[in-house]
Design a protein around this ligand. Sequence first.
Ligand SMILES: Cc1cc2nc3c(=O)[nH]c(=O)nc-3n(C[C@H](O)[C@H](O)[C@H](O)COP(=O)(O)O)c2cc1C
Length: 204
Amino acid sequence: MRAACALGMNVAVIFYSRYGGTAALAAAVAQGAKQAGATVRLRRVADLTAIEDRWSAANERIRAAREHLASVPLARQDDLFWADGIAIGSPARYGAMCAEIRRFLDGSRLPSGDLAGKVASVFCSPSAVEGAQRATLQATLASLAGHGVLVRAPARAEMDPTSRAAQRDGPPRASADHAPAELDLAPARALGRGLALLESRTRG
Ligand SMILES: Cc1cc2nc3c(=O)[nH]c(=O)nc-3n(C[C@H](O)[C@H](O)[C@H](O)COP(=O)(O)O)c2cc1C
């Protein structure tokens, strides 16, 4: 049997991350798409606020994450047009996507339908507040669907932290220490691989 391959496919993985959790998931999504043979752009969305605006206890973690992510290029509207497959990642913020991703999508001023035919998927780094991840993913998907993309809905294991939590001792890790566990990274890689391969199939 011939192995599935997404050679010639472009995948853009676009994320915002304050503490590094979503960034780690984004890197795993990008890795999965690359393993499938796609050309990948890993891009971050810039912060809207300065570190000094935040309460001090969190500042060191934020600063470390920013240093770590400094070499990742900033996302541009062109990345959306370049891509055949698009993955958007956001931390959960009160059950919705973060303001940075909202602004990126709004600021790209895409006429409705401009991303028609592309395949899109979403991923999310929540804390252990069940339901927030699902709400965030659905809100992000709804925004992308408005631009005419085909939605590659996350599988249950990618979508629902409680289904993964059942497989290990303790709650999902993506928030407690901001370092996603392998049980979170493996579905993220599968999402990237699945996105790249699905896109190659829709092209025929
Ligand atoms: C303003 C704010 C609101 C948040 N709201 C939620 C929420 O509704 N549900 C949740 O599970 N986590 C929530 N969190 C926690 C973040 O989603 C969580 O820490 C996430 O892993 C951070 O991702 P990052 O490491 O990529 O920055 C919130 C965090 C902040 C700062």
